[in-house]
Design a protein around this ligand. Sequence first.
Ligand code: FAD
Length: 381
Amino acid sequence: MPQDDPTITAADREALRDLCRRFVSQEITPHIDAWEAAREFPRALYARAGALGLLGLGFPEEYGGTPGDHRSMIVLVEEFMQAASGGLIAGLLSHGIGLPPIVHFGSDALKARLVPPILRGELISALAITEPSGGSDVANLKTTARRDGDDYVVNGSKIFITSGMRADVITTAVRTGGPGIGGISLLAIEGTSAGLSRTPLEKMGWSCSDTAALYFDECRVPAANLLGVENHGFMGIMRNFNGERLMLAAMAVAASQVCLDEAVAYARIRETFGKPLIRRQVIRHKLVDMATRIHAARAFLTDIATRVDHGDLPVAEVCMLKNAATQCYEACADQAVQILGGAGYMRGTKVERLYRETKVLSIGGGAEEIMKELAARQLGW
Ligand SMILES: Cc1cc2nc3c(=O)[nH]c(=O)nc-3n(C[C@H](O)[C@H](O)[C@H](O)COP(=O)(O)OP(=O)(O)OC[C@H]3O[C@@H](n4cnc5c(N)ncnc54)[C@H](O)[C@@H]3O)c2cc1C
Protein backbone atom coordinates (compact mmCIF):
# COMPACT_ATOMS: atom_id res chain seq x y z
CA MET A 1 0.00 0.00 0.00
CA PRO A 2 1.46 3.37 -0.92
CA GLN A 3 2.59 5.74 1.78
CA ASP A 4 2.55 9.52 2.08
CA ASP A 5 5.26 11.12 0.00
CA PRO A 6 4.91 14.84 -0.77
CA THR A 7 7.90 14.72 -3.12
CA ILE A 8 6.04 12.73 -5.78
CA THR A 9 5.13 14.98 -8.71
CA ALA A 10 2.72 14.80 -11.61
CA ALA A 11 5.76 14.27 -13.88
CA ASP A 12 6.76 11.23 -11.80
CA ARG A 13 3.29 9.79 -12.28
CA GLU A 14 3.44 10.37 -16.05
CA ALA A 15 6.81 8.59 -16.22
CA LEU A 16 5.23 5.74 -14.31
CA ARG A 17 2.35 5.72 -16.79
CA ASP A 18 4.77 5.35 -19.71
CA LEU A 19 6.59 2.51 -17.98
CA CYS A 20 3.37 0.66 -17.15
CA ARG A 21 1.97 1.21 -20.65
CA ARG A 22 5.04 -0.36 -22.23
CA PHE A 23 5.05 -3.25 -19.75
CA VAL A 24 1.36 -4.00 -20.28
CA SER A 25 1.45 -3.73 -24.08
CA GLN A 26 4.57 -5.89 -24.39
CA GLU A 27 4.24 -8.41 -21.57
CA ILE A 28 0.54 -8.74 -20.72
CA THR A 29 -1.85 -7.81 -23.53
CA PRO A 30 -0.45 -10.29 -26.09
CA HIS A 31 -0.94 -13.19 -23.64
CA ILE A 32 -3.91 -12.26 -21.51
CA ASP A 33 -6.56 -14.25 -23.42
CA ALA A 34 -4.43 -17.40 -23.14
CA TRP A 35 -3.77 -16.81 -19.44
CA GLU A 36 -7.47 -16.29 -18.77
CA ALA A 37 -8.28 -19.54 -20.60
CA ALA A 38 -5.51 -21.37 -18.73
CA ARG A 39 -6.77 -19.92 -15.44
CA GLU A 40 -3.31 -18.71 -14.47
CA PHE A 41 -0.55 -16.35 -15.51
CA PRO A 42 3.15 -17.27 -15.34
CA ARG A 43 4.89 -16.92 -12.03
CA ALA A 44 7.77 -15.26 -13.92
CA LEU A 45 5.58 -12.17 -14.40
CA TYR A 46 6.05 -11.24 -10.73
CA ALA A 47 9.82 -11.06 -11.22
CA ARG A 48 9.43 -9.00 -14.42
CA ALA A 49 7.16 -6.49 -12.63
CA GLY A 50 9.44 -6.56 -9.60
CA ALA A 51 12.52 -5.79 -11.68
CA LEU A 52 10.82 -2.64 -13.04
CA GLY A 53 9.98 -1.49 -9.52
CA LEU A 54 6.24 -1.88 -10.11
CA LEU A 55 5.64 -4.29 -7.21
CA GLY A 56 7.58 -1.98 -4.90
CA LEU A 57 5.49 1.10 -5.66
CA GLY A 58 4.78 2.97 -2.41
CA PHE A 59 6.65 0.53 -0.19
CA PRO A 60 9.67 1.72 1.89
CA GLU A 61 12.83 2.11 -0.14
CA GLU A 62 14.93 0.53 2.63
CA TYR A 63 13.19 -2.78 1.81
CA GLY A 64 13.44 -2.40 -1.96
CA GLY A 65 10.37 -0.23 -2.53
CA THR A 66 9.87 2.52 -5.11
CA PRO A 67 8.53 6.01 -4.29
CA GLY A 68 4.80 6.26 -5.00
CA ASP A 69 1.54 7.35 -3.44
CA HIS A 70 -2.12 6.41 -3.91
CA ARG A 71 -2.39 8.55 -7.03
CA SER A 72 0.60 6.69 -8.45
CA MET A 73 -1.19 3.42 -7.75
CA ILE A 74 -4.23 4.73 -9.61
CA VAL A 75 -2.02 5.41 -12.65
CA LEU A 76 -0.63 1.88 -12.45
CA VAL A 77 -4.12 0.38 -12.17
CA GLU A 78 -5.39 2.48 -15.12
CA GLU A 79 -2.59 1.22 -17.34
CA PHE A 80 -2.80 -2.40 -16.21
CA MET A 81 -6.56 -2.36 -16.82
CA GLN A 82 -5.84 -1.72 -20.52
CA ALA A 83 -5.42 -5.50 -20.72
CA ALA A 84 -9.01 -5.75 -19.39
CA SER A 85 -8.27 -8.33 -16.72
CA GLY A 86 -9.02 -7.46 -13.13
CA GLY A 87 -7.88 -10.98 -12.27
CA LEU A 88 -4.38 -10.21 -13.50
CA ILE A 89 -4.25 -7.08 -11.35
CA ALA A 90 -5.69 -8.83 -8.29
CA GLY A 91 -3.26 -11.74 -8.61
CA LEU A 92 -0.08 -9.89 -9.58
CA LEU A 93 -0.70 -7.22 -6.93
CA SER A 94 -2.03 -9.43 -4.11
CA HIS A 95 0.94 -8.23 -2.06
CA GLY A 96 -0.87 -4.88 -2.06
CA ILE A 97 -3.19 -6.33 0.58
CA GLY A 98 -0.91 -9.01 2.05
CA LEU A 99 2.22 -6.98 2.61
CA PRO A 100 1.19 -3.75 4.39
CA PRO A 101 0.52 -5.48 7.75
CA ILE A 102 4.00 -7.03 7.58
CA VAL A 103 5.55 -3.64 6.77
CA HIS A 104 3.58 -1.80 9.46
CA PHE A 105 3.59 -4.34 12.26
CA GLY A 106 6.26 -6.99 11.58
CA SER A 107 9.55 -7.12 13.51
CA ASP A 108 12.64 -5.67 11.82
CA ALA A 109 14.02 -9.18 11.31
CA LEU A 110 10.79 -10.42 9.71
CA LYS A 111 10.61 -7.39 7.41
CA ALA A 112 14.24 -7.77 6.37
CA ARG A 113 13.63 -11.44 5.52
CA LEU A 114 10.25 -11.23 3.75
CA VAL A 115 9.67 -7.79 2.27
CA PRO A 116 12.57 -7.49 -0.25
CA PRO A 117 11.93 -10.86 -1.97
CA ILE A 118 8.20 -10.10 -2.20
CA LEU A 119 8.91 -6.72 -3.83
CA ARG A 120 11.38 -8.38 -6.22
CA GLY A 121 8.64 -10.81 -7.21
CA GLU A 122 10.53 -13.83 -5.90
CA LEU A 123 7.96 -14.57 -3.18
CA ILE A 124 4.18 -14.17 -3.49
CA SER A 125 2.13 -12.58 -0.73
CA ALA A 126 -1.58 -13.05 0.07
CA LEU A 127 -4.06 -11.89 2.69
CA ALA A 128 -6.39 -14.37 4.43
CA ILE A 129 -9.25 -12.87 6.42
CA THR A 130 -12.44 -14.46 5.04
CA GLU A 131 -13.66 -17.77 6.48
CA PRO A 132 -16.31 -20.26 5.34
CA SER A 133 -18.55 -19.08 8.17
CA GLY A 134 -18.54 -15.53 6.78
CA GLY A 135 -16.40 -12.69 5.51
CA SER A 136 -18.42 -9.63 6.45
CA ASP A 137 -18.40 -10.30 10.20
CA VAL A 138 -14.63 -10.15 10.63
CA ALA A 139 -14.90 -9.65 14.40
CA ASN A 140 -16.42 -13.12 14.66
CA LEU A 141 -13.68 -15.05 12.85
CA LYS A 142 -13.05 -18.56 14.13
CA THR A 143 -9.58 -19.72 13.03
CA THR A 144 -7.58 -20.12 16.25
CA ALA A 145 -3.90 -19.75 17.10
CA ARG A 146 -2.77 -21.02 20.52
CA ARG A 147 0.67 -20.28 21.87
CA ASP A 148 2.89 -23.34 22.38
CA GLY A 149 6.49 -22.51 23.31
CA ASP A 150 8.08 -20.46 20.54
CA ASP A 151 5.24 -21.24 18.11
CA TYR A 152 1.58 -20.55 17.50
CA VAL A 153 -0.48 -23.59 16.54
CA VAL A 154 -3.16 -22.62 14.01
CA ASN A 155 -6.43 -24.50 13.39
CA GLY A 156 -9.27 -23.50 11.09
CA SER A 157 -9.83 -22.50 7.48
CA LYS A 158 -9.97 -19.51 5.13
CA ILE A 159 -11.81 -19.16 1.85
CA PHE A 160 -11.80 -17.12 -1.39
CA ILE A 161 -8.13 -16.18 -0.86
CA THR A 162 -6.55 -14.41 -3.84
CA SER A 163 -3.15 -15.96 -4.72
CA GLY A 164 -3.98 -18.54 -2.07
CA MET A 165 -2.62 -21.51 -4.04
CA ARG A 166 0.80 -20.12 -4.79
CA ALA A 167 1.39 -17.63 -1.99
CA ASP A 168 4.67 -18.06 -0.13
CA VAL A 169 3.62 -15.76 2.70
CA ILE A 170 0.00 -15.53 3.87
CA THR A 171 -0.92 -12.69 6.21
CA THR A 172 -3.62 -14.44 8.22
CA ALA A 173 -6.18 -13.20 10.74
CA VAL A 174 -6.47 -15.58 13.70
CA ARG A 175 -8.16 -15.68 17.07
CA THR A 176 -5.56 -15.67 19.84
CA GLY A 177 -7.87 -14.43 22.58
CA GLY A 178 -11.53 -14.22 23.56
CA PRO A 179 -14.53 -13.39 21.37
CA GLY A 180 -14.91 -10.18 19.39
CA ILE A 181 -12.41 -7.67 18.07
CA GLY A 182 -10.18 -7.84 21.17
CA GLY A 183 -9.11 -11.44 20.51
CA ILE A 184 -7.79 -11.14 16.96
CA SER A 185 -4.15 -11.19 15.83
CA LEU A 186 -2.31 -11.23 12.50
CA LEU A 187 0.28 -13.88 11.66
CA ALA A 188 2.59 -14.12 8.63
CA ILE A 189 2.16 -17.80 7.79
CA GLU A 190 4.72 -19.20 5.37
CA GLY A 191 3.57 -21.41 2.55
CA THR A 192 5.86 -24.26 3.52
CA SER A 193 4.38 -24.54 7.05
CA ALA A 194 3.49 -28.11 8.06
CA GLY A 195 -0.25 -28.43 8.60
CA LEU A 196 -1.22 -25.97 5.82
CA SER A 197 -3.13 -27.40 2.84
CA ARG A 198 -4.98 -25.63 0.01
CA THR A 199 -7.52 -26.31 -2.72
CA PRO A 200 -8.21 -24.17 -5.81
CA LEU A 201 -11.64 -22.61 -6.43
CA GLU A 202 -13.36 -21.94 -9.80
CA LYS A 203 -14.85 -18.48 -10.36
CA MET A 204 -17.25 -16.50 -12.57
CA GLY A 205 -14.52 -14.03 -13.52
CA TRP A 206 -11.02 -12.93 -12.49
CA SER A 207 -10.12 -16.23 -14.17
CA CYS A 208 -6.34 -15.91 -14.37
CA SER A 209 -5.99 -15.12 -10.67
CA ASP A 210 -5.74 -18.06 -8.36
CA THR A 211 -8.30 -18.25 -5.58
CA ALA A 212 -8.09 -20.87 -2.86
CA ALA A 213 -9.48 -22.38 0.29
CA LEU A 214 -6.83 -22.80 2.98
CA TYR A 215 -6.90 -25.36 5.76
CA PHE A 216 -4.83 -25.15 8.94
CA ASP A 217 -4.51 -28.39 10.87
CA GLU A 218 -2.22 -28.00 13.90
CA CYS A 219 -0.17 -25.69 11.66
CA ARG A 220 2.93 -24.48 13.52
CA VAL A 221 3.96 -20.86 12.95
CA PRO A 222 6.95 -19.22 14.70
CA ALA A 223 5.78 -16.69 17.31
CA ALA A 224 8.28 -14.31 15.69
CA ASN A 225 5.83 -14.15 12.75
CA LEU A 226 3.23 -12.34 14.88
CA LEU A 227 2.43 -8.95 13.30
CA GLY A 228 2.12 -6.35 16.05
CA VAL A 229 0.78 -7.00 19.52
CA GLU A 230 -1.20 -10.17 20.29
CA ASN A 231 -4.97 -9.57 20.32
CA HIS A 232 -4.56 -6.11 18.73
CA GLY A 233 -4.84 -7.20 15.09
CA PHE A 234 -8.32 -5.90 14.34
CA MET A 235 -7.34 -2.26 13.83
CA GLY A 236 -4.56 -3.37 11.47
CA ILE A 237 -7.12 -5.30 9.45
CA MET A 238 -9.45 -2.30 9.25
CA ARG A 239 -6.61 0.01 8.21
CA ASN A 240 -5.64 -2.46 5.52
CA PHE A 241 -9.22 -2.59 4.23
CA ASN A 242 -9.14 1.16 3.53
CA GLY A 243 -6.20 0.78 1.17
CA GLU A 244 -7.79 -2.26 -0.48
CA ARG A 245 -11.11 -0.48 -1.00
CA LEU A 246 -9.43 2.53 -2.55
CA MET A 247 -7.61 0.27 -5.00
CA LEU A 248 -10.78 -1.69 -5.82
CA ALA A 249 -12.45 1.64 -6.57
CA ALA A 250 -9.51 2.53 -8.83
CA MET A 251 -9.95 -0.79 -10.65
CA ALA A 252 -13.66 -0.12 -11.10
CA VAL A 253 -13.12 3.37 -12.55
CA ALA A 254 -10.35 2.13 -14.85
CA ALA A 255 -12.48 -0.79 -16.06
CA SER A 256 -15.42 1.57 -16.67
CA GLN A 257 -13.19 3.67 -18.93
CA VAL A 258 -12.15 0.58 -20.91
CA CYS A 259 -15.83 -0.30 -21.36
CA LEU A 260 -16.56 3.19 -22.67
CA ASP A 261 -13.56 3.20 -25.02
CA GLU A 262 -14.50 -0.21 -26.42
CA ALA A 263 -18.12 0.84 -26.89
CA VAL A 264 -17.15 4.08 -28.68
CA ALA A 265 -14.71 2.25 -30.96
CA TYR A 266 -17.31 -0.36 -31.87
CA ALA A 267 -20.08 2.19 -32.37
CA ARG A 268 -17.89 4.08 -34.85
CA ILE A 269 -17.31 1.07 -37.11
CA ARG A 270 -20.55 -0.91 -36.75
CA GLU A 271 -23.13 0.03 -39.35
CA THR A 272 -26.82 -0.84 -39.09
CA PHE A 273 -29.56 0.37 -41.42
CA GLY A 274 -26.96 2.24 -43.46
CA LYS A 275 -25.32 4.30 -40.69
CA PRO A 276 -22.67 3.75 -38.00
CA LEU A 277 -24.19 3.11 -34.57
CA ILE A 278 -22.55 6.25 -33.24
CA ARG A 279 -24.81 8.36 -35.46
CA ARG A 280 -27.88 7.07 -33.59
CA GLN A 281 -29.06 9.34 -30.84
CA VAL A 282 -29.97 6.49 -28.52
CA ILE A 283 -26.42 5.09 -28.73
CA ARG A 284 -24.78 8.51 -28.32
CA HIS A 285 -26.86 9.14 -25.22
CA LYS A 286 -25.83 5.79 -23.74
CA LEU A 287 -22.18 6.75 -24.32
CA VAL A 288 -22.66 10.16 -22.73
CA ASP A 289 -24.37 8.56 -19.73
CA MET A 290 -21.37 6.25 -19.32
CA ALA A 291 -18.91 9.15 -19.65
CA THR A 292 -20.89 11.20 -17.13
CA ARG A 293 -20.79 8.43 -14.54
CA ILE A 294 -17.07 7.88 -15.11
CA HIS A 295 -16.26 11.58 -14.68
CA ALA A 296 -18.14 11.64 -11.38
CA ALA A 297 -16.56 8.44 -10.07
CA ARG A 298 -13.07 9.51 -11.13
CA ALA A 299 -13.44 12.92 -9.47
CA PHE A 300 -14.55 11.16 -6.25
CA LEU A 301 -11.60 8.74 -6.52
CA THR A 302 -9.06 11.50 -7.11
CA ASP A 303 -10.44 13.53 -4.23
CA ILE A 304 -10.25 10.65 -1.74
CA ALA A 305 -6.84 9.46 -2.98
CA THR A 306 -5.47 13.00 -2.62
CA ARG A 307 -6.86 13.26 0.90
CA VAL A 308 -5.35 9.91 1.87
CA ASP A 309 -2.02 10.93 0.33
CA HIS A 310 -2.10 13.96 2.63
CA GLY A 311 -2.57 11.78 5.70
CA ASP A 312 -6.36 11.87 6.06
CA LEU A 313 -8.28 8.63 6.77
CA PRO A 314 -11.84 9.27 5.50
CA VAL A 315 -13.29 5.82 6.25
CA ALA A 316 -16.93 6.65 5.46
CA GLU A 317 -15.97 8.31 2.18
CA VAL A 318 -13.78 5.35 1.16
CA CYS A 319 -16.79 3.05 1.69
CA MET A 320 -19.05 5.34 -0.35
CA LEU A 321 -16.39 5.66 -3.05
CA LYS A 322 -16.08 1.88 -3.37
CA ASN A 323 -19.84 1.62 -3.90
CA ALA A 324 -20.03 4.58 -6.30
CA ALA A 325 -17.15 3.25 -8.40
CA THR A 326 -18.44 -0.33 -8.56
CA GLN A 327 -21.95 0.86 -9.45
CA CYS A 328 -20.43 3.00 -12.22
CA TYR A 329 -18.56 -0.07 -13.48
CA GLU A 330 -21.65 -2.30 -13.41
CA ALA A 331 -23.60 0.27 -15.45
CA CYS A 332 -20.78 0.83 -17.96
CA ALA A 333 -20.07 -2.88 -18.48
CA ASP A 334 -23.77 -3.53 -18.97
CA GLN A 335 -24.14 -0.78 -21.58
CA ALA A 336 -20.89 -1.67 -23.35
CA VAL A 337 -22.01 -5.28 -23.84
CA GLN A 338 -25.37 -4.01 -25.09
CA ILE A 339 -23.73 -1.73 -27.65
CA LEU A 340 -21.49 -4.52 -28.93
CA GLY A 341 -24.56 -6.74 -29.29
CA GLY A 342 -23.80 -10.43 -29.87
CA ALA A 343 -20.08 -9.68 -30.13
CA GLY A 344 -20.20 -8.38 -26.58
CA TYR A 345 -21.44 -11.75 -25.39
CA MET A 346 -18.55 -13.63 -26.99
CA ARG A 347 -15.33 -14.72 -25.33
CA GLY A 348 -12.41 -12.72 -26.68
CA THR A 349 -13.94 -9.26 -26.37
CA LYS A 350 -12.74 -7.08 -23.51
CA VAL A 351 -16.25 -6.10 -22.50
CA GLU A 352 -17.42 -9.71 -22.16
CA ARG A 353 -14.61 -10.37 -19.66
CA LEU A 354 -15.12 -7.10 -17.83
CA TYR A 355 -18.87 -7.74 -17.58
CA ARG A 356 -18.17 -11.06 -15.81
CA GLU A 357 -15.74 -9.30 -13.50
CA THR A 358 -18.08 -6.60 -12.23
CA LYS A 359 -19.69 -8.63 -9.47
CA VAL A 360 -16.54 -9.42 -7.54
CA LEU A 361 -15.87 -5.73 -6.97
CA SER A 362 -19.17 -5.18 -5.17
CA ILE A 363 -18.49 -8.24 -2.95
CA GLY A 364 -14.73 -8.46 -2.36
CA GLY A 365 -12.95 -6.19 0.11
CA GLY A 366 -16.26 -5.55 1.90
CA ALA A 367 -19.64 -6.07 0.24
CA GLU A 368 -21.81 -3.17 -0.86
CA GLU A 369 -24.26 -3.57 2.04
CA ILE A 370 -21.42 -3.66 4.57
CA MET A 371 -19.89 -0.52 3.03
CA LYS A 372 -23.17 1.31 3.60
CA GLU A 373 -23.44 0.10 7.20
CA LEU A 374 -19.87 1.10 7.96
CA ALA A 375 -20.29 4.51 6.34
CA ALA A 376 -23.48 5.16 8.31
CA ARG A 377 -21.80 4.17 11.59
CA GLN A 378 -18.76 6.35 10.83
CA LEU A 379 -21.07 9.27 10.18
CA GLY A 380 -22.76 8.71 13.53
CA TRP A 381 -26.16 7.70 12.07
C1 FAD B 1 -12.75 -13.48 -6.26
C2 FAD B 1 -12.68 -13.18 -4.79
C3 FAD B 1 -11.46 -12.92 -4.20
C4 FAD B 1 -11.37 -12.70 -2.83
N1 FAD B 1 -10.13 -12.50 -2.26
C5 FAD B 1 -10.03 -12.45 -0.90
C6 FAD B 1 -8.75 -12.40 -0.27
O1 FAD B 1 -7.70 -12.33 -0.94
N2 FAD B 1 -8.70 -12.42 1.07
C7 FAD B 1 -9.81 -12.48 1.85
O2 FAD B 1 -9.68 -12.50 3.07
N3 FAD B 1 -11.04 -12.51 1.28
C8 FAD B 1 -11.18 -12.51 -0.06
N4 FAD B 1 -12.41 -12.55 -0.65
C9 FAD B 1 -13.58 -12.64 0.21
C10 FAD B 1 -14.44 -11.37 0.25
O3 FAD B 1 -13.79 -10.36 0.93
C11 FAD B 1 -15.78 -11.80 0.90
O4 FAD B 1 -16.45 -12.63 -0.04
C12 FAD B 1 -16.62 -10.65 1.32
O5 FAD B 1 -16.04 -9.96 2.39
C13 FAD B 1 -18.05 -11.10 1.74
O6 FAD B 1 -17.96 -12.15 2.64
P1 FAD B 1 -18.85 -13.47 2.37
O7 FAD B 1 -18.61 -13.89 0.99
O8 FAD B 1 -18.57 -14.44 3.45
O9 FAD B 1 -20.34 -13.00 2.47
P2 FAD B 1 -21.24 -12.87 3.79
O10 FAD B 1 -20.51 -12.13 4.84
O11 FAD B 1 -21.79 -14.19 4.14
O12 FAD B 1 -22.42 -11.95 3.22
C14 FAD B 1 -23.30 -12.42 2.20
C15 FAD B 1 -24.15 -11.26 1.71
O13 FAD B 1 -24.95 -10.77 2.79
C16 FAD B 1 -24.70 -9.40 2.97
N5 FAD B 1 -24.70 -9.12 4.40
C17 FAD B 1 -23.91 -9.66 5.35
N6 FAD B 1 -24.20 -9.17 6.54
C18 FAD B 1 -25.22 -8.29 6.37
C19 FAD B 1 -25.97 -7.43 7.23
N7 FAD B 1 -25.71 -7.37 8.53
N8 FAD B 1 -26.93 -6.67 6.68
C20 FAD B 1 -27.19 -6.71 5.35
N9 FAD B 1 -26.52 -7.49 4.48
C21 FAD B 1 -25.54 -8.26 4.99
C22 FAD B 1 -23.33 -9.13 2.39
O14 FAD B 1 -23.20 -7.77 2.01
C23 FAD B 1 -23.34 -10.07 1.20
O15 FAD B 1 -24.00 -9.46 0.13
C24 FAD B 1 -12.53 -12.71 -2.04
C25 FAD B 1 -13.78 -12.93 -2.63
C26 FAD B 1 -13.86 -13.16 -3.98
C27 FAD B 1 -15.21 -13.42 -4.59
